[in-house]
Write a protein that binds this ligand. Structure first.
Ligand SMILES: [Cu+2]
Length: 476
């Protein structure tokens, strides 16, 4: 496997892209340089009206060098096509001034960003920045496991992970600085839930139409956090104003937090639900009362897609490739006990699983069921589960590391599980030795409505599969 570009090269490339963008005068993807010169919560909103939506915010040429490492985020609106082709109104955090409409110009999602310890903001789907990208998302093994026929030792601390859009990575020691530009006709915020001192929430505060607000968050403890607009809960979040923050120690980038499991690569899964009735009302500027009009989601998304799109089996090759890289778990079989947090063969190889960061910015209580392998659940909402002395929390959830067939994910939950990527225990020796290709297993949600779309299209909802790579796929 060829060495990937170095971290420095990536940073330089990102800077060059930014400079090129500046020269073209486009609104930029990455964040450190473009910007309106507005100061904190300055209001250029006297010109804002519903009818002039986005054009009311101007990004004047900077008169001075903006502070390094500011991530500019725009609160935008537009329509997104659902899996059955229906266009549904959404709000979203974009990386530039959105143009409304139905296409990418609406800028409803943030491309994956990395905020480094040194203060750079790099637009990159891969983390760590200087690690090798796994081909089509599938990390190649180091070599056959001499002790187990047909199984492999994985490369240790080698592979980068593709992360889905709406993910922001913040390295420990660094500071997340966001400047939020509200292009919509009502106030909005961006709040990082539970990431402040003592588990407090850090927010831009409500930002008026046409105004900008700021947020500064020194990296909290490593782990997974949700950021969202908490307005009229859970309505603004359900309309699309959410994302995920991963706080990572760059010196231990293959371990999610101290005491956590080392992994070969990691996957972020964001579950989300879409209610077109709420969306229609919101698109007209009408209030949505979640008590009077309870949510009845019709679409259920995993990393922004449902059904055959989520599964990467469309006619759009680019979309399929992206899903394979950042959503559809894949690895070569290894003889592993993930409770061991990694059997190290030598310094460079090991027997490790892959880390699943399961996040639910939506509102449906999900039950993610994995076929083929059970997963070993280790962490939830900031708590690393103990090995011994497990207990039930106040809500009745088990707090202990445990094997799970089905992982429950409540609204706003963040949960980490390790998938072993191992030979399924019920595969007999004869069957195992006669494999002729990859084995694919489904992941579906046992909250059955979420398997549908449009009120009944099955399996059009929150589904994925994972691949136990076969002896024919690039086996060394
Ligand atoms: Cu099942």
């Amino acid at each position: 496997m060829a060495e990937g570009p170095s971290r420095r090269e990536l940073l330089l490339a990102a800077r060059k892209r930014r400079d090129d963008d500046d020269r073209r005068g486009s609104s930029s993807t990455s964040s450190t340089s473009r910007s309106s010169t507005t100061s904190r919560s300055s209001t250029s909103s006297s010109t804002t009206s519903r009818s002039s939506t986005s054009s009311s915010i101007t990004t004047a040429a900077p008169t001075s060098e903006p502070p390094r490492g500011v991530l500019h985020v725009w609160v935008n609106e537009g329509h997104l096509p659902m899996v059955d082709g229906t266009l549904v109104y959404h709000r979203g955090y974009g990386d530039r001034l959105g143009g409304g409409g139905t296409g990418p110009q609406a800028a409803l999602t943030l491309p994956t960003q990395v905020v480094t310890r040194a203060g750079d903001v790099v637009s990159s789907r891969l983390y760590p920045l200087d690690a090798a990208p796994p081909p089509a998302g599938l990390p190649a093994p180091a070599r056959p496991d001499p002790e187990h026929v047909g199984q492999f030792l994985v490369r240790r601390r080698y592979w980068a992970s593709y992360l889905p859009e709406r993910t922001v990575v913040l390295e420990t020691g660094g500071t997340l600085r966001i400047r939020l530009h509200n292009t919509l006709p009502a106030p909005h915020e961006l709040a990082v839930v539970g990431a402040g001192p003592g588990g407090s929430t850090v927010t831009t505060g409500l930002v008026d139409p046409g105004a900008t607000g700021e947020l500064e968050l020194p990296a909290p403890a490593p782990g997974t956090y949700v950021f969202c607009d908490r307005g009229n809960p859970p309505v603004e979040r359900v309309l699309g104003l959410f994302g995920v923050l991963l706080v990572v120690d760059p010196d231990a980038a293959w371990t999610p937090y101290p005491g956590g499991p080392e992994f070969e690569r990691q996957w972020v899964w964001m579950c989300h639900d879409v209610d077109p009735v709420w969306a229609r009302a919101a698109s007209r500027g009408e209030p949505v009362d979640p008590v009077r009009t309870p949510a009845v989601p019709r679409y259920f998304l995993l990393n922004g897609y449902s059904g055959f799109q989520s599964l990467g089996v469309t006619r759009d090759r680019v979309l399929n490739r992206l899903r394979h890289e950042d959503t559809l778990i894949a690895g070569f079989p290894r003889q592993v006990d993930v409770r061991d947090f990694g059997r190290t063969a030598d310094g460079a190889t090991a027997v490790l699983g892959q880390l699943l960061r399961l996040v639910n910015p939506g509102i449906v209580k999900h039950q993610l069921h994995f076929h083929g392998n059970h997963v070993w659940t280790v962490w939830r909402n900031g708590t690393l589960f103990p090995r011994r002395g497990g207990y039930l929390d106040a809500a009745g959830h088990v707090v202990a590391q445990q094997w799970e067939d089905t992982v429950e994910l409540n609204a706003l939950d963040r949960k980490d599980s390790v998938i072993p990527v191992k030979r399924p225990p019920d595969a007999t020796e004869l069957v195992w030795r006669n494999r002729s290709g990859p084995w694919r297993y489904p992941m579906h949600c046992h909250a059955e409505p979420s398997q549908t779309a449009g009120g009944g299209l099955y399996p059009g909802g929150l589904v994925a599969d994972w691949t136990l790579a076969g002896p024919t796929e690039g086996t060394p």
